[in-house]
Design a protein around this ligand. Structure first.
Ligand code: BES
Ligand code: MN
Ligand code: ZN
Length: 480
């Protein structure tokens, strides 16, 4: 897909223009590039246009043979980047039905930071190029973007490179998530990471097998793969272009299928547990984006990959294992496996002396119940880090919501038979899961994102969302 900065006398057959329900009379400003102004003004006066959020009115200027898609954004001062991207995404889906190959889009009228709007626009167009099945690929090939005058050619070109890199990373995360679990197993994730290393000289990939993890005493991680024929893998993807600089470490939960193990899950929608590796997928996507945009920061991605299966040699509820940190764990529920792989990956990550550790995990159904599908749950032991993550969430629309880590939650993890147990009480499951992880990151600045509600969509649009790649890429770009 090609993106050009719209030039003065460019003309396009198809134009996307944004309108606001409370600023319809100001419409002339948003279409000053066009010659169909008079016709559109007339439509406004006849109340043919509403501008309500989610609306899209098509409008043909017969005189000039141009088509306008007037996209409603609701009230001007209530616009957010997330609303903007959502409207743009559904508009692109609609126009794809017309087999159009070139459009022009006018961003002058968007009341959000220009740079973020431009970035979001390119990402949405690139996202629309993703389809798990090749036959669904759309027509669109070119997009001409009209930007406010304070965006120079240089800024435009830089933003373009960054946005395309982010979108490619996002689409990689989606592809990995959508890949069926008979193909996407821990070895597959390791191999895909190796492929990425081949494509980008700046990435170095190391893979630890079960034997090596045993030597490192990762008894907790290994307990999860114990019942599966698929061996666990710990994948390390290094992007370290800068000498003597502490890296940001990103750790991803990579459960390629979560049956629950002996604490077996109910069968309905169990297929969706192929998405239980989405945390790892988002880390791979982010590492790819770092390399593609030639980021000037050090980042290390760690994927904790295993398959959670019941079998005659699987762990039982009541088993006690020893983690790499030395903390012993009583496994009371084999379905709380994400924290078991993550705790060893977190301990392992300390050897890189990280500036920050962020882990991403489809960790708990409780997070989905509590927060719904819109924000990821955010937990941290450092308030500055929390602020930084919230900032990245705000500018990218990849939303988060913070939940507390009071010491009371930690008390729920006390065990009579080991240092801690892997589940808390009946309530606040997303928080007790995060508290479990916090036990392993006491000396570092750490944050955990529970992406159980945000990593994929269910129902007729079932598919990976690629979240939180946008948040993570912004975070590594802005915290150098
Ligand atoms: N992968 C699941 C969490 C999950 C469930 C994400 C549904 C998205 C949708 C995780 O491994 C899990 O099973 N968690 C348990 C924890 C419980 C046993 C304490 C859960 O949420 O039920
Ligand atoms: Mn589980
Ligand atoms: Zn799981």
């Amino acid at each position: 897909m090609k993106y050009n900065k719209f030039k003065k006398n460019d003309k396009s057959d198809y134009n996307l223009v944004f309108i606001y329900e409370d600023k319809l009379s100001g419409i002339s400003k948003s279409i000053d590039c066009s010659t169909a102004l008079k016709d559109i003004k007339e439509a406004v006066s006849k109340k043919l246009l509403c501008g309500k959020l989610g609306s899209m009115e098509t409008f043909v200027s017969t005189m000039y043979d141009s088509n306008y898609f007037l996209i409603g954004l609701g009230k001007k001062n209530e616009l957010t980047i997330q609303k903007f991207e959502k409207q743009l995404s559904s508009t692109i889906k609609k126009i794809n039905k017309y087999n159009i190959d070139k459009v022009a889009i006018d961003l002058n009228n968007i009341s959000i930071n220009n740079y973020n709007t431009l970035k979001g626009t390119i990402i949405e167009f690139e996202k629309s190029k993703y389809s798990f099945r090749k036959e669904n690929i759309n027509h669109l090939k070119e997009c001409s973007i009209k930007v406010p005058s304070n965006i120079t050619k240089r800024t435009f070109d830089n933003t373009k490179v960054i946005s395309i890199a982010v979108a490619h990373g996002l689409n990689t995360a989606r592809k990995l998530g959508d890949t069926p679990p008979n193909i996407c197993n821990p070895t597959f994730l390791a191999n895909e990471s190796k492929k990425l290393e081949k494509l980008h000289k700046s990435l170095k990939v190391e893979i630890l097998d079960e034997k090596q993890m045993k030597i490192l005493k990762m008894g907790s991680l290994l307990s999860v793969s114990q019942g599966s024929l698929q061996p666990a893998k710990l994948v390390i993807i290094k992007y370290m272009p800068i000498k003597n600089k502490q890296p940001i470490v990103l750790v991803g939960k990579g459960i390629t299928f979560d049956t629950g193990g002996i604490s077996l899950k109910p069968s309905s929608s169990m297929d969706e547990m192929k998405y239980d590796m989405s945390g790892a997928g988002s880390v791979v996507g982010t590492m790819q984006a770092c390399a593609e945009m030639n980021l000037k920061n050090n980042v290390i991605g760690i994927l904790a990959c295993a398959e959670n299966m019941p079998s005659g040699i699987a762990t039982r509820p009541g088993d006690v294992v020893e983690s790499m940190s030395g903390i012993s764990i009583e496994i009371l529920n084999t379905d709380a496996e994400g924290r078991l792989v993550l705790c060893d990956a977190l301990t392992f990550s300390k050897k890189y002396k990280p500036k920050y550790i962020l882990d991403m995990a489809t960790l708990t159904g409780a997070c989905l119940v509590g927060l719904g599908k819109y924000p990821s749950g955010l937990f941290s032991n450092d308030s500055t880090l929390t602020q930084k993550i919230k900032k990245s969430a705000d500018v990218t629309g990849d939303r988060v919501w913070e939940l507390p880590l009071y010491s009371d939650y930690f008390d729920e993890l006390k065990s009579n038979f080991a240092d801690i147990q892997n589940i808390g009480g009946q309530y606040g499951g997303a928080i007790t899961a995060a508290a479990f992880l916090a036990n392993f990151t006491k000396d570092e600045k750490w944050a955990h994102l529970d992406i159980a509600g945000t990593a994929w969509e269910s129902g007729k649009n079932k598919g990976s969302t690629g979240r939180p790649v946008k948040l993570l890429t912004d975070f590594v770009m802005t915290n150098k």
